[in-house]
Design a protein around this ligand. Structure first.
Ligand code: SF4
Ligand code: SF4
Length: 345
């Protein structure tokens, strides 16, 4: 099913979705766009290229409280924090970011151990993918095409949206998307021309150029294995790194977290917070030993995890080429260039 609505009616569409559940959509902020829970339908702004922080926080928030307790009392008196999941709509997700959910599913639900926090949100959320604007060139940092992701790939979305002049074409991709689109009375039926435009855009998206180099997952994984002990290579790649962790916080496929206890007077909270393998104390052990004290060791971990260990273990590269890590690195360290250097080495 393909329907369409005028882009300037996106506020009405947003309001209709808010009547059915929580709407999470791109919002313009001082520093750029980010996905936020919408409290006023007018906040939704589709004039974005991509967001600063990836949409992973819709399923895996930066901080999440698990348990509340009182110090000095039995653990049996601790209170688990209720999940309180409601139907949600994640609106306007670019295809590379939609692909990241599939990769993250491996870790949060695909290996036998299920993380209920991630899984329940995934099950409750309808994903509206949104094609990149093919009339504008890709941004310099992006390389999703090299990883086999098209600029208008609908796979992974429940409903996929393509901008056509002043209209938004919306196609149901899954039964859940079909049911939702049928029940939304705002969009009007699309014409045969619209159908063709949608299909042509998806096809053109597969050839849409980002930076690209030949990345064969298995061969690249092997290259990085061979380079593991090449300290000169890793020191050269990492010499400017500040260990700030920005690259991991904006990344849609980074999933490391810490679980910590915070107490104030006698009230305690056990919470999960994002962590980053680029932080100096990420691997600091209780004994005081830290196996990754050097910057090059940490950058090597991040890159090899995505391009080597992950391929060996799960058969796929854990990177979707969104380019955020490069865009927001304060010293311009570019993971794509590291991959290119490794391929050439
Ligand atoms: S490593 Fe960089 S390019 Fe790859 S998914 Fe993460 S932020 Fe995007
Ligand atoms: S964003 Fe750049 S400087 Fe900061 S940890 Fe990542 S690679 Fe290092």
């Amino acid at each position: 099913m393909l329907k369409k609505t005028a882009i300037n009616k996106a506020t009405e569409l947003a309001a209709a979705l808010m009547e059915k559940g929580t709407l999470i959509a791109p919002v313009k902020e001082d520093a750029g766009f980010n996905f936020r829970e919408i409290s006023d339908a007018k906040q939704v702004d589709l004039n974005f290229h991509n967001t600063i922080i990836s949409p992973k926080s819709a399923f895996f928030p930066q901080t999440e409280d698990f348990v509340r307790y009182q110090t000095g009392k039995s653990i049996l008196e601790a209170t688990p924090v209720e999940l309180n999941i409601k139907p949600a709509f994640l609106f306007g997700v670019r295809p590379c970011d939609v692909k990241s959910f599939e990769i993250m599913d491996i870790h949060f639900s695909g290996t036998g151990l299920v993380d209920p926090y991630w899984q329940k949100r995934r099950e409750a959320t309808t994903v509206f993918g949104y094609a990149f604007d093919l009339d504008k060139p890709a941004e310099a940092e992006e390389f999703y095409q090299t990883l086999g992701i098209g600029a208008a790939d609908p796979e992974g979305s429940d409903i996929f949206m393509v901008k056509k002049d002043n209209d938004l074409l919306m196609k149901a991709i899954t039964p859940r998307g079909e049911k939702l689109l049928t029940g939304l009375n705002i969009p009007s039926e699309a014409s045969a021309d619209d159908e063709k435009y949608f299909d042509d855009t998806v096809a053109a998206g597969r050839n849409f150029k980002t930076r690209s180099t030949c990345v064969d997952a298995r061969a690249t994984a092997k290259k990085f294995e061979d380079l593991f002990h090449n300290t000169d290579f890793w020191e050269k790649m990492s010499h400017a790194c500040l260990s700030c962790g920005a690259c991991t916080f904006v990344c849609p496929t980074c999933y490391c977290f810490d679980i910590c206890d915070e107490t104030l007077f006698s009230r305690g909270t056990r919470r999960r917070v994002w962590d980053a393998c680029m932080f100096t104390d990420f691997t600091l052990e209780a004994s005081g030993h830290n196996p990754r004290t050097k910057v090059y060791q940490r950058l090597r971990q991040k890159v090899c995890h995505k391009y080597s260990y992950h391929v060996r273990k799960y058969g796929v590269i854990s990177c979707v080429g969104c380019g955020r890590c490069t865009r927001y690195c304060p010293v311009n360290i570019d993971i794509f260039s590291i991959v290119e250097e490794a391929v050439k080495a």
